[in-house]
Design a protein around this ligand. Structure first.
Ligand code: ATP
Ligand code: MG
Length: 399
């Protein structure tokens, strides 16, 4: 067992000592078997939520209606475990969330409701793998296969189509034929899924190690048709323009890369449809705009900042566009300031020194000073700035 599981072992043993069953389940078991890093340890149990709460003194109801209780086995976050009662889900009348969940005492029922065979393992306290759907074979052949009837499973919850594409990217798996057929057939149901949930999966897809595999499957399953604003052309360009081994560094860069492949796109309007945060939207819009710049200048570097400049340059380089690797570094060194607050003179200093009143004229003056400092036409020093202001004021008066 990996350390993460060993650490959680006392929790499982305590549940078992109270006469219930408890197993590691879900993505962490899959990732352990694949030798991948694990990020969250999911535990499933035959005990009902109330029974879990009676066993452990410190718990939080994080999703009790779904059967999930957070057990605080220690102070650190690593010792907090989500423990979910075995459950079945039924009647997906809207093709998305189950209408209700039923708690059950049988592990097999719980594993049956899971999406893919490699996500449907359970692992007991001895490290014994329970594999009801031949997931180990799929795992060794790096293949994603729906548990049970693929058509029925995508009918129940169409998000699973996006999850399949996402796992194809992050795990570098192929998709078993019947499962893929069902994805193609049921792709129109993606329109029923909230964009927020689609975004999460698509984002993970783009950041996955084998995002090309994910994007290729997104195209061949024609699933892109049911994603807001998507275009096949743009996806294809993304594949052809970027060098084969390129990995996106973060979400902003990935979405910016995609959006540069659209012709004449209003980035913010595009992303509004995806209901992302304004902050995210602005960051992506900045990257797309900066991508369109011929080359960096003091002014544009100041405006976008060196972090974004680097993301843009990496993207350009991966697209075979020549970029001077030293340029950003040199310009960044040449910048006297990186943000307005670094200007040694503030608005109130000007008001005092020159008896200027607050208002648009003052704002304009500050902007002018800022630009001159960024362009290195003015030193960021009190005297130099005052001299500049005084000169500008005299000029204004002489008109
Ligand atoms: P990740 O590595 O991203 O956490 P994961 O497989 O653990 O991947 P989660 O979303 O954390 O995915 O879900 C945990 C488990 O719950 C899955 O492994 C799967 O067994 C089950 N599951 C999650 N979402 C669904 C779904 N939409 N339909 C069926 N089973 C699901
Ligand atoms: Mg998980």
């Amino acid at each position: 067992l990996p350390v993460e599981f060993l650490q959680a072992l006392p929790v499982l043993k305590k549940i078992i000592a109270h006469g219930f069953e408890a197993y590691f389940v879900g993505g962490s078991v899959r990732d352990v078997l694949l030798g991948r890093e694990i990020h969250d340890v999911d535990i499933a149990t035959s005990a009902y939520p109330e029974e879990i709460k009676a066993i452990f003194p410190h718990t939080i109801d994080v999703g009790i209606e779904h059967g999930t209780v957070l057990v605080l086995a220690g102070k650190s976050e690593a010792e907090h475990y989500e423990i979910t009662t075995f459950r079945t889900e039924s009647q997906y009348t809207d093709y998305r969330r189950p209408d209700h969940v039923d708690f059950v005492r049988d592990l097999r029922e719980d594993l049956k409701r899971r999406d893919f065979t490699v996500n449907a393992f359970a692992c007991d306290v001895n490290g014994e793998i329970i594999d009801l759907f031949d997931g180990l074979t799929d795992l060794s052949e790096r293949r994603l296969r729906a548990v049970g009837s693929a058509l029925a499973r995508f009918n129940e919850d169409a998000l699973r189509i996006m999850r399949a594409l996402r796992f194809a990217s992050t795990l570098d798996f192929k998709i078993e034929q019947e499962t893929f057929q069902a994805m193609c057939e049921r792709a129109p149901l993606l329109e029923k899924i909230s964009v927020e949930r689609l975004f999460i999966e698509l984002d993970k897809l783009l950041l996955g190690k084998d995002w090309r595999n994910g994007v290729e499957l997104l195209i061949s399953a024609q699933a892109w048709k049911f994603l807001p604003n998507f275009q096949q052309d743009a996806l294809e360009k993304l594949l052809t323009d970027l060098s084969v081994d390129f990995q996106f560094e973060n979400s902003e860069q990935a979405w910016a890369a995609l959006l540069t492949k659209f012709e004449q796109v209003d980035v913010k309007a595009f992303l509004r449809q995806w209901k992302v945060s304004n902050e995210f939207s602005k960051a992506v819009a900045d990257l797309v705009e900066a991508y369109g710049l011929e080359e960096w200048t003091l002014m544009s570097l100041y405006r976008f900042g060196s972090d974004k400049a680097r993301l843009v340059d990496d993207l350009k380089r991966a697209s075979g566009i020549a970029v001077d690797p030293k340029k950003v570094q040199l310009l960044d060194k040449a910048l006297q300031i990186h943000q307005r607050s670094e200007i040694v003179v503030a608005g109130k200093d000007l008001m005092e020194e020159f008896a200027i009143k607050p208002g648009p004229a003052l704002g304009k003056m500050l902007k002018r000073i800022e630009e001159k400092i960024v362009r290195n036409e003015l030193l960021n020093e009190r005297q130099a700035i005052f001299a500049e202001v005084s000169q500008a004021l005299t000029k204004e008066k002489s008109f």
